[in-house]
Write a protein that binds this ligand. Structure first.
Ligand code: 13P
Length: 250
């Protein structure tokens, strides 16, 4: 079974509107003949500007987070309805910075996953272990639990709109990358969880991205692995010159 490669840029808390629109313009031009699936996730304030640029291109517009409630008294939060109103097509949920800096737990993340899917968005659900968990031999167990709990209540039909991103926390922004072999082992484990929950066909179809210090120099080796179907790129997605070679690989 051949799965599409899916390469996404998570711009995190970087760029003003004009800077974001400029990067989006460069990417739409340079990726227009790209053969993979692409997404950019700018900060909330840049979504409208970037959305206007990528509209009609082969690049999806993604958000980096959203509230667990549809609307209401939630000061400082951004709702799924507001994201949809801006043309957002996908949302990254459960990113390790949300889990560890902002203390989001599996229950909250699951609520967000269900709400995003209910409103027709695609979801990138991030999972990944801390360095201490890896050193304690718990990497697989942590990723299993985060995958299972994140997907609780997701129907088989809705799973078609879910991508999993494996991002070992110790590899994010540190320059340390998991070896292709270590990453592939976790990807295989996550795929196994999907097989247990949804069956073999669903497991064969689900796209699992790797994230954590992905650069042009290591992207091809990672994505050559059987279970690694793309990349969720942070730092290297902030410039077209570093993102395009990753996105155009192969
Ligand atoms: P870096 O590519 O900067 O390590 O970030 C990875 C990441 O967190 C993407 O979501």
């Amino acid at each position: 079974m051949t799965r599409p490669y899916y390469i996404a840029g998570n711009w995190k808390m970087h760029k003003t509107r004009s800077e974001a629109a400029e990067l989006a313009r460069e990417l739409t031009a340079r990726l227009k003949d790209g053969k993979h699936k692409y997404l950019v996730a700018p900060g909330f304030t840049c979504l409208e500007a970037v959305g206007a640029v990528v509209k009609g291109s082969n690049i999806l517009l993604g958000a980096q987070n959203m509230a667990a409630e549809e609307q209401g008294a939630h000061t400082g939060e951004v709702s799924v309805l507001q994201l949809k109103d801006l043309g957002v097509q996908a949302v990254i949920l459960g990113h390790s910075e949300r889990r560890h800096t902002y203390k989001e737990d599996d229950e909250l993340i699951n609520k967000k996953v269900l709400l995003a899917l209910k409103h027709g968005l695609e979801v990138i659900l991030c999972v990944g272990e801390l360095l201490s968990e890896r050193e304690a031999g718990q990497a697989e167990a942590v990723c299993r639990t985060q995958t299972k709990k994140g997907l609780e209540g997701v129907s088989a039909a809705d799973l078609a709109r879910v991508t999993i991103a494996y991002e070992p926390v110790w590899a994010i922004g540190t320059g340390k990358t998991a070896t292709p072999e270590d990453a592939d082992a976790i990807h295989a484990c996550v795929r196994g969880v999907i097989a247990e929950l949804y069956g073999k066909d669903a497991a064969a179809k689900i796209v699992i991205q790797y994230g954590g210090s992905v650069k042009a120099e290591n992207a091809a080796q990672l994505m050559a692995k059987e279970n690694i179907d793309g990349a969720l790129v942070g730092g290297a997605s902030l410039k077209a010159d570093s993102f395009v070679p990753i996105a155009m690989f192969g």
